[in-house]
Design a protein around this ligand. Structure first.
Ligand code: ADP
Ligand code: MG
Length: 218
């Protein structure tokens, strides 16, 4: 599903160059559930942004779902591959504050409305135990509920890969455990799940852990 060969990422701020990822090579197979762990600042989010096609490597090769991502690919092509392949879940939920749970789950359909979109969004929310929260605003939901809305949104396009960056970082342990139950269930259904975390309890729920330190795998 994911292959990185000697991938590096360097940020340039003014005259300074910061090397954030240094020669990272890794393979994640279809259907795996993998944790990426490392201390704060080790490059976890940078790695997620590269895997998630939100950013491009400075050097090295990356392929996703059988497509080699070349530097020559346009933003449009990348955005399309991203939308078809990946569902994102973030620590801070990233919900639209003025939109209902249902409208948030429908955001991936915003520019390509299709018949049945609304029914699909309702089904996803019901599946995540939010059938009675369809018209709530994010501010009217608990943290765990917000994250389940975000997961429903991530599932809208039926992605093969779920990329979650500290999905339990803003949740108490009980809600966090509920979110991990959902991610494990998706893994059991055959999705590839990559969870970025600095919490060992989260990593313990994954099949394999990749450790990152100072921009390198250890
Ligand atoms: P983590 O998610 O493991 O905490 P990040 O990938 O967010 O780490 O950041 C790793 C390092 O890269 C940090 O030192 C951070 O300051 C730096 N960094 C991240 N994004 C940028 C950016 N856009 N420009 C410059 N430096 C950045
Ligand atoms: Mg981070």
């Amino acid at each position: 599903m994911i292959s990185l060969r000697n991938v590096s990422k360097t940020y340039r701020t003014g005259a300074e160059e910061v090397s954030v990822l240094r020669g990272v090579s890794l393979e994640i197979a279809d259907g795996e559930m993998v944790a990426i762990m490392g201390p704060s600042g080790s490059g976890k989010s940078t790695l997620m942004n590269l895997i998630g096609l939100l950013d491009r490597p400075t050097s090295g090769k990356l392929s996703l779902a059988g497509t080699e991502v070349s530097l020559a690919m346009s933003d449009r092509v990348l955005a399309r591959l991203r939308a078809e392949t990946i569902g994102f879940v973030f620590q801070s939920f990233q919900l639209l504050p003025r939109s209902s749970a249902l409208a948030n789950v429908l955001t991936p359909a915003q520019y390509h409305p299709r018949p049945g979109s609304k029914e699909r969004a309702v089904q996803l929310l019901e599946r995540l135990g939010l059938g009675k929260r369809l018209h709530h605003l994010p501010a009217e939901l608990s943290g765990g509920e917000k994250q389940r809305v975000a997961i429903a949104r991530a599932l809208f396009n039926d992605p093969k890969l779920i990329l979650a960056d500290e999905p339990t970082g803003n949740l108490d342990s009980r809600s966090g455990s509920g979110v991990l139950d959902v991610l494990s269930e998706l893994h059991n259904e055959g999705k590839t799940v990559v969870v970025i975390t600095h919490d060992q309890a989260v990593a313990d729920r994954c099949q394999r852990t990749i450790h990152l330190k100072d921009g390198e795998l250890v």
